[in-house]
Design a protein around this ligand. Sequence first.
Ligand code: COA
Length: 201
Amino acid sequence: MSVGFSYVDIVGDKVHLRPTQATDASVAYRLVKNGAVVSNLAWDGPTSKEELLNTYRQWEEETKSGEKYHFAIEHSEQHGLIGCIDIRFPSHPLQADIGYWLGEPFWNRGYMTDAVRLVCHFSFKYLDTARVSATVFAGNIGSRRALEKNDFSLDGTLRCHVYKHGKWMDGWFFSLLRTEWEPNRGKFVPRHEVVVTREGE
Ligand SMILES: CC(C)(COP(=O)(O)OP(=O)(O)OC[C@H]1O[C@@H](n2cnc3c(N)ncnc32)[C@H](O)[C@@H]1OP(=O)(O)O)[C@@H](O)C(=O)NCCC(=O)NCCS
């Protein structure tokens, strides 16, 4: 659904989410220019700092207009981007699909589990979403667990889903429906949130 936001700050137990800004590009570049991160993404990563800066400029506009939503993941007690989580709408405006990555120094501390929880809350509460989905390269257990811990179900395996580094990767397709989130929505509620839409601007 095309809702633009002028301000978003959603604070969880471990991380908080806010829209990415062009000023995040240099930190993001350092973290994402890492084979261990991009080997698990359909995206091969930026080819230069300038390319990523332009991408982040475009993302600022997309989030403001509601075309897509790009959030920086920050530690809840500390400023500075440690990863990203995005919401896009590849098939229908009420079907949200998420993608995410975290810098390697921050893995395995429950950060992405918290970020996925918060982005589901945002999507179901503010965007009227019917379903949130994510596709994970088969074998990416950390990503799978972050989804399962947020009540996502494995709908199936998309065979030969992405061609990456000279081979076809299968994709595990996970989803969480509004009807599954609704009875457990308390579990997804952030510690604190300030969300301001651009309606009426
Ligand atoms: C995959 C990724 C998102 C996981 O984020 P994270 O913050 O490290 O995950 P969490 O700490 O929230 O862990 C979630 C669960 O997965 C487990 N886990 C994390 N990494 C794991 C790994 N490499 N192997 C097995 N289990 C793993 C954790 O132990 C935890 O499970 P548990 O609570 O049952 O013990 C992160 O490693 C990453 O960004 N990787 C590179 C990019 C990527 O894969 N993006 C996802 C594309 S779909």
